[in-house]
Design a protein around this ligand. Structure first.
Ligand code: 26W
Length: 817
């Protein structure tokens, strides 16, 4: 149990032992470290108790395998889940410190890109809170997602040195190290009993060292583990190899270990085909699968029943080599026959698809794959051979089917096909997304194996994104309906009775105003831009990608600015357009879009003639920690992806939870958000997904018609190439102009239907403005959004994974005191 005085003493002692200083002499970073070690001390007891309970009760365990875990800061969240936040705040006050300021000292662990990585983090929070035995398995990247600096309007990537001061919440576990082998060749030996034995030889190895991070459940003493793997050379430098003339191999092994976990690939929804990435994948998967089997064997003698106690969830195709690695260990090390190993594997592995963007699909050239992972490749070849036989049996003589569905085809290993053929479950992440998978992208697979397909609409944890991120609103909600919403979000619907209550409306909007003030202050400090907290805060924060259409947003801002300039007396409610987005380092058009946003901001923000009616802000280095503050302050949530392209989206849910109103297309989970809150409490516009798909089947549409017939749009587009936002440089934004209109290039003009949706988007914005002018109507809509977000808790999502896919056993932790 938590004790304030013990805690204070522990903080003081920690500063002394860690830094040989008194609290008064310690730097803020040192205080953060000392406080965090004191918190870790409290966590460790529950961590031990949890692991002991798991050992005794032996519940089925999910291993959530993911290349990405976008955790965000741990200190504040851990304190809330431990129910110790207020006491620690007081303890620190008594010591002369501000908990918020200490929280700000924590690096923001960003071992992920965007939605997929943050979803994994929300899932871990829910698994622990619901009392399920779970491991997160991932990579301990030395450098996570890059830090973004904006210089002269352009994005600059700076390395994220999150480990430079040491990370207090991790625990190195060298006793669980595993060897991972790359390259070489496979020698086949005949055993006396006639069985074939496959031996990998002349390989390079790397030692995988696990670092464990505690995942604290809310108010239940459960502490699960996120296990991320670091790489080390196997025997630092082998002199004997040196003597034998194998100097090169020893050096290479050393280098492999150094590079393998060096950095997170900053691509989101774009497959680059880099060999190092495949090395990363096999590295953490081999170590994790070995660890899972070792743990299972400690308690169980019959490996055939592995799947009764263990399940692997593959977070997209990135961890899909787990299928072949499990087969390899079961056959080559446990001595099982193919059929036995196959039964276990296909009952253990399940796959989640997170995108239908074709350019995101992972396909590895056979050459590269078989060289790096010779034994794994053999096994995939055999899986493929048998799968093709199955296809032939089901569709005799149908070559088309084989061409479309084979795992290995055209010189490539297709990871999605491997995952679908070998897993017992395939799920999409929102209703619409799953339907598109079944009826379009994965149609052939669905027809052959319909029972595997299911939907699990994404969710988010209300504990980080309301309880921690928006403490004033969290308290207000608790004051009105009690605190059950913290672990039972659907309870939040009990706020609906306050939607028309004037006092409640005022309080709700006043909290929003306070949060806007906090964000305005942050913007002033970071951007030097003064924004009016009474203006509409219209926010789009997410990775920068063409399909997410930040370009539509900024083109519309250019249009509004033109309108105000042309009609200075027109009615106009002041608006602040806030953007936050990282672009993949090699994604040129995305980076140019960032430049455009900043260029428009420069012109518009400094034009005194418009009297501050529009402000444009690009928040540098959008990440989990500032996201929490941004959601809390938003009035309007921009969710404007081209319909059918956004698998789910999860920021839409975080905005809704915080009382922002969705301005969006009928895409991803927006569809379900509208279902919950009602169409009258959202602003929906644009092409529907079936319309987009229809256009695509017909080769697109003619944006030039729109350009020719609409002078407002034409004016905006011309401003891209007449230097309006580029100090007279007519070339700076030409690529963007070309992408929308040009027919000369190989790509379709306006692939993402920006001009097609432009006018409907502008109309939706006019409706936003009208609604906002009516203060009561807006307050009601905002309250109803918060009150209607119950479905979108990751607790619900996880419960559905448990009930419909994993079938885990619930556990209770009994502690002394
Ligand atoms: C191989 C390169 C690569 C890297 C990342 C391909 C694909 C990805 C991810 C699947 C991209 C991603 O984060 N997808 C997002 O997943 C979220 C969680 O399910 C969804 O809410 C988003 O709609 C989806 O874009």
């Amino acid at each position: 149990m938590f004790n304030k005085e013990t805690f204070k003493k522990s903080v003081k002692d920690n500063v002394k032992t860690l830094y040989r200083r008194t609290l008064e002499e310690a730097t803020p970073q040192q205080v953060f470290q000392a406080v965090s070690y004191a918190v870790k001390d409290v966590i460790i007891d529950d961590w031990l108790a949890t692991q002991k309970t798991y050992e005794q009760e032996d519940p089925k365990t999910v291993y959530y395998m993911s290349m990405e875990f976008l955790m965000g800061r741990a200190l504040g969240n851990n304190l809330l889940n431990l129910m110790a936040y207020d006491q620690v705040r007081e303890a620190l006050e008594e010591l002369g410190f501000d908990l918020n300021a200490i929280e700000d000292q924590e690096p923001d662990p960003a071992l992920g890109n965007g939605g997929l990585g943050r979803l994994a983090a929300c899932f871990l929070d829910s698994l622990a809170t619901l009392g399920y035995s779970a491991y997160g398995c991932g990579i301990r990247y030395r450098y996570g997602m890059f830090k973004q600096k904006i210089e002269n309007g352009y994005q600059i990537e700076v390395p994220d040195q999150w480990l430079k001061d040491g990370y207090p919440f991790e625990l190195r576990r060298p006793e669980y190290a595993k060897e991972v082998k790359f390259g070489g060749y496979v020698r086949v030996e005949m055993e006396p009993n006639g069985k074939m034995k496959f031996i990998q030889e002349n390989y390079q190895s790397v030692l995988a060292i696990p670092f464990d991070m505690p995942i604290v459940g809310y108010n239940n003493h459960v502490v699960n583990t996120l296990r991320i793997w670091d790489a080390e050379a196997i025997n630092n430098f082998q002199l004997d190899k040196f003597d034998k003339g194998e100097y090169h191999q020893a050096v290479e092994q050393e280098n492999l270990a150094k590079t393998i976990v060096e950095v997170l690939y900053p691509n989101d929804n774009h497959y680059a085909g880099k060999e190092l990435r495949l090395k990363q994948q096999y590295f953490f998967i081999s170590a994790s699968v070995q660890a899972a089997i070792e743990k299972y064997k400690k308690k169980h003698s019959d490996i055939h029943k592995f799947y009764e106690k263990v399940t692997f969830q593959l977070n997209d195709t990135h961890p899909t080599v787990a299928i072949a690695e499990l087969m390899r260990i079961l056959m080559d090390e446990e001595g099982l026959e193919w059929d036995e190993a196959w039964e276990i594997t296909t009952k253990t592995c399940a796959y989640t698809n997170h995108t239908i963007m074709a350019e995101a699909l992972e396909k590895w050239p056979i050459e590269l794959f078989s060289k790096l992972l010779p034994r794994i490749y053999q096994i995939i070849e055999e899986i493929n051979r048998r799968f093709i036989m199955e296809i032939q049996q089901k569709y005799p003589g149908n070559q088309e089917k084989i061409k479309k569905m084979a795992i290995i085809y055209d010189g490539q290993v297709k990871m999605a096909h491997l995952a679908i053929a070998s897993g017992y479950s395939v799920n999409g992440v929102a209703k619409l997304h799953t339907e598109i998978l079944k009826n379009q992208e994965l149609k052939d697979f669905y027809e052959m194996m319909p029972w595997k397909f299911n939907n699990k609409t994404n969710g988010i944890t209300q504990r980080r994104f309301l309880l921690h991120g928006n403490q004033p609103l969290a308290s207000w909600v608790t004051d009105h309906i009690g605190k059950e919403w913290i672990t039972d979000l659907p309870q939040i619907s009990r706020l609906k009775v306050y939607a028309d209550d004037e006092k409640a409306q005022q309080e709700f909007m006043n909290i929003k105003y306070q949060n806007k003030l906090r964000l305005a202050k942050y913007i002033y400090e970071h951007n030097g831009i003064e924004v009016d907290p009474r203006s509409i805060f219209d926010v789009q924060v997410k990775r920068l990608h063409e399909y997410k259409r930040q370009l539509l947003n900024i083109l519309h801002v250019m249009y509004l600015y033109n309108q105000i300039k042309e009609h200075p007396d027109m009615e106009f409610y002041p608006r602040t357009f806030i953007f936050g987005a990282k672009a993949a380092a090699g994604y040129r058009r995305a980076k140019l879009t960032i430049k455009l946003i900043n260029a428009v901001a420069d012109v518009v923000n400094n034009d005194t003639s418009i009297g501050g009616k529009i402000k444009v802000v690009f928040i540098e280095d959008y990440r989990v920690s500032n996201a929490e503050m941004i959601f809390a302050a938003a009035d309007v949530s921009e969710q404007i992806s081209t319909a059918s392209k956004e698998a789910s989206g999860t920021s839409n849910m975080k905005f809704m939870l915080n009382g922002a109103i969705t301005l969006g297309t009928m895409d991803g989970a927006n569809v379900e958000i509208v279902e919950e809150v009602g169409e009258e409490n959202a602003f929906i516009f644009g092409l529907r997904s079936d319309e987009v798909i229809q256009y695509e089947k017909n080769g697109g549409y003619y944006p030039m018609d729109i350009f020719n017939n609409d002078q407002d749009i034409r004016k905006v587009l011309m401003q891209l190439i007449n230097g309006t936002y580029a100090n007279g440089d007519m070339e700076m934004f030409r690529d963007i102009y070309d992408s929308l209109l040009n027919t000369k290039s190989s790509e379709r003009a306006d692939t993402y239907f920006i001009l097609k949706d432009f006018k409907p988007y502008a109309e939706a914005h006019r409706q936003v403005e009208a609604a906002y002018r009516d203060e009561k109507r807006w307050a009601k809509m905002a309250i109803l959004n918060t009150a209607s977000c119950g479905k979108f808790t990751s607790d619900r999502t996880i419960q559905q994974y448990v009930d419909e896919i994993w079938h885990l056993d619930k556990v209770q932790i009994v502690t002394e005191g």
